[in-house]
Each structure stands twice: as C-alpha cells, then as structure tokens.
Ligand binder design. Sequence first.
Ligand SMILES: *[C@@H]1O[C@H](CO)[C@@H](O)[C@H](O)[C@H]1NC(C)=O
Ligand SMILES: *[C@@H]1O[C@H](CO)[C@@H](O)[C@H](O)[C@H]1NC(C)=O
Length: 453
Amino acid sequence: MKLLRSLEAALSTALLVDVALAATAGKLSILSMNVAGLPAILNSNDVPGDKTTNAETIGSKFAEYDYDVIHVQEDFNYHAAIYRTDNHPFRTATSGGVPFGSGLNTLSKLDWVQFERVKWATCSDASSSDCLTPKGFTFMRAAISAGAADNTTAVYVDFYNLHADAGTESGDNVARQANINQVASYIAASSQGNAVLIYGDTNSRYSRAADTAIRSLVASTSGTSFGMRDAWVELQRGGVVPSEESLCANPSSNYLCETVDKVFYRSSPLVTLKAETFQYVSSLFLQADGNVLSDHNPVSVNITWSSGPSLRQSAFWGGPHGTWFSDVSALANVKKPKPSVLSFRGGARLDSVSLTLTDGTRLTHGGTGGSATSITLGASEYWVEARLCQGQRSGQTRNFYIQASTTSGRTLAAGTATQDCATFSAPSGWHIVGFLGQAGDELDQLAFVYAPK
Ligand SMILES: *[C@@H]1O[C@H](CO)[C@@H](O)[C@H](O)[C@H]1NC(C)=O
Ligand SMILES: *[C@@H]1O[C@H](CO)[C@@H](O)[C@H](O)[C@H]1NC(C)=O
C-alpha cells in the first residue's frame, strides 16, 4: 500500500512536470529512401550484392542514424530483413511483396492516430511495369508533440508517403499527373487546416517539360500563406524551380543535382514547419565494400516546428471514422474569435456540436438527431474546459457525450456519459473557440481549437 502510494505520488509529480513542459517547439528529422526491394529475379536495381543482406544493412543504418520518421518505397520482398535490424518503435505493417503490396512503409519514433493506404486510380505500363503491383500513397496523422500528459494540447502533422508512376512516355506523364492530382485532392479533403509533409519517390523532375506532376503540386498552392514548398528547391536552388536537367550521381556529393525523391511541406495556423537542411545521404548508406545499398540517393531533411501563435489544438477523442472537418481555416480569418453561443445535440450518443462566434460565424458539425441544448455566454465569460466520453457503436469508437464548462462555472452537456472519458482544459490564458475531427451523423472523433483570450 505504502509503496503504491509513493508510486502514485511520483507519477503525479511526473504528470505535473509533463504538463508544465508541454512542448510548443521542436525538431523533426525525416528520411525518404527507395530501398530497391523488388525481387532480385525481376530487377537487380543495378545494386550489387545480396538483396537480403543489403536490406539488413539498410535496417541497421535506420536504427543507427535515428531519424524521427522514415518513408520507404519499393519495400517489397526484403521488408522483413529491414524490420529485423531497425529499431524504430512505431512501424507500419507491410501490405505485401510484389504483386500484392504498394512497397510503402513508415518507420517512426512518433506515434500516430490514423493510418490509411490508398491505391492509385491510374497506372501506366508505357515504359515500365507500373501496373504490376498496386502502387499509391499512404496517409498518417502523427503526433509530433504528445503535448501535456493529460492531452490538453497536442501537435499533429499529416505525413504522406508516395510512389508515383515511372517513365517518360506520354502515357507515363499522364498517369503520373493523375497520381499527383489524386493525392492533392485527398489532402484538400483529409488534411484541410493541417500541416502536411509529403515525401517519397515522385518519379518526376522539374526539368522535363512534359512532366508536369510536381510543378502542378507546388503551383496549385504557391503564393498562399500555407502553400506547399519543395525543401530542395527552397534550400538548394534558391527558391527557383530548375528548367535544366542536372542528374545526380549515386552516391551524390552535391545537393544541387535533382532526383525524383522529393520532400514537400506546408504549415498550418496550428503549427509552423520550416525545412532547415536538405541532403542526399547515400554516403551514409553504403555496403561494407563501399557499394551503394540502393539505386536511389536517400534524402534527409531536418525541420523545425513551432505551435501556432494564435491557434492551437487538443488531442483527439473518439475514433478516426467519418469525414474530416476542421474549423482552423475559418478561425484563422477571425480576429480574436470568441464564442457567444454553444449548442449541442445528443441522445444515446453525441449528435452534433456547434458554436456561434461574436462576429456571427457559425461552426457546426455532426447530424440532426438527438435533442438540442444551448447556452449564451456573457461578454466576459469564456469556454475553458470540455469533457468527452467515448464508447463503441457498430464495432467502432465514437463520442457519446460532451460537457462544456465556462469561466462563470456554468456547464452545458449533451449525450450519454460512459466510463471512458477525458477532460480537455484550455492552456492558461487561452479558451476553446472551435472544433476539428471526423463526423457523419454523429461525432466519431473530436478535438478542440484554442485561441488566446
Ligand atoms: C490521452 O490520449 C491517449 C490516446 O487517445 C489515451 O490513450 C490516454 O488515455 C489519454 N490520457 C488521458 C489522461 O486522458
Ligand atoms: C539533422 O538532425 C539530426 C538529428 O538531430 C542530426 O544528427 C543531423 O546532424 C542533422 N543534419 C544536419 C545536416 O544538420
């Protein structure tokens, strides 16, 4: 008993320290590597040596260099050998070798709240066998800062790994453009309001006139404050997209030459990302005899991040099902957002959450079931705490209950409480001004947006 109590005391001290130190800035090191894992019988990738041995060496280098989040492509038939020697704590389960898998995997020091694999709708065999195996992209919402131990604040970035159609025939260019359009529209829907990192094998080069894929990705958002940037163009090419071809040797000792392996990123009002360094690191990935381990130069980028100065978020509660929504973009356009009315709908579970800002902006998510309840906040009354309870519905987790508490000690609740609840308190000096998460008729997943009072 005594031991238990002192353990408890130690734990709560640790929690307090954690809360006090909730990170609002940090660093992120990422690596993109095409690991040349096609079956040796199909493709040697022009890499000498035994593919299983090389895959084991790649895994041990991943462990040694300790990158935060590694994206691999062509991780097909030697996948187990890489995972055998790597030691990253969070790794995706393989989707299989050729002809079943996409070859895409992530090895990470950061945990994630959601992971999806998406197949390309278009492939082309014009110049290579892109339709042999179902290539595509992956989406992962990773917590780059777990924030406070009580989940009050958290910082997420949406990571996309991809392997686009190869080749330079016109059929390849068309397929590759379709691939990039597909990932761009997925990002527009599923990462609306969020910071994004896309890195992988684009099979695209700026210098080829007919190869429009990556130029369109950057152009579609350029000039906007949260537009997509190419870390190589930004850091090695002075922000100017090259029009002349400059192929890389492998290993490459200069970073000016262009490879198809690329890193794109964008910030959001919730988190600012800034690429600080860009390197080809093939010289760190060599066999014992000095030969390369892959026919691609691996790409390493170091990034700094910081929490938004005027909008932040809590962790999520509930399950990652339903359609993504985020009030962040709307809130970013409002100077000093302040809710004047809170309205919830609930019954057996939580049906909808809604608030109206003092400028009249109405933010509503969920369905029309349940019964409605609302309160009007006073001019100096703020919503500062929310309690959510989750439960199982049709085999999936969703939110069953919400209770809002204001600085005047008033509360508003809807739905039915369960045993599985969490309380989200706005950081000191901040209050709750909106929502993000996933919904259908009900609130599958919910998190809160905070702004300074
Ligand atoms: C924080 O969130 C994680 C992931 O959803 C959950 O497992 C954990 O119980 C939460 N902690 C608290 C104190 O609510
Ligand atoms: C990138 O970050 C890693 C981990 O912090 C560090 O070891 C490495 O030296 C950095 N690379 C550059 C080019 O600064």
